[in-house]
Design a protein around this ligand. Structure first.
Ligand SMILES: [Zn+2]
Length: 43
């Protein structure tokens, strides 16, 4: 599985692709309170 695809699947499950902790949803963006990873969903 391509790396981007695996990352997208983790994000879909609400899991940080960097550290594996749960992500917090901020409006249309997501952020990991544990490691600071963040991303925004592309429209
Ligand atoms: Zn993280």
């Amino acid at each position: 599985m391509p790396k981007d695809e695996k990352q997208a699947e983790l994000i879909k499950k609400g899991i940080c692709p960097a550290c594996g902790r749960l992500l917090a949803h901020l409006e249309s963006c997501i952020e990991c309170p544990n490691c600071g990873w963040s991303g925004c969903e592309e429209a």
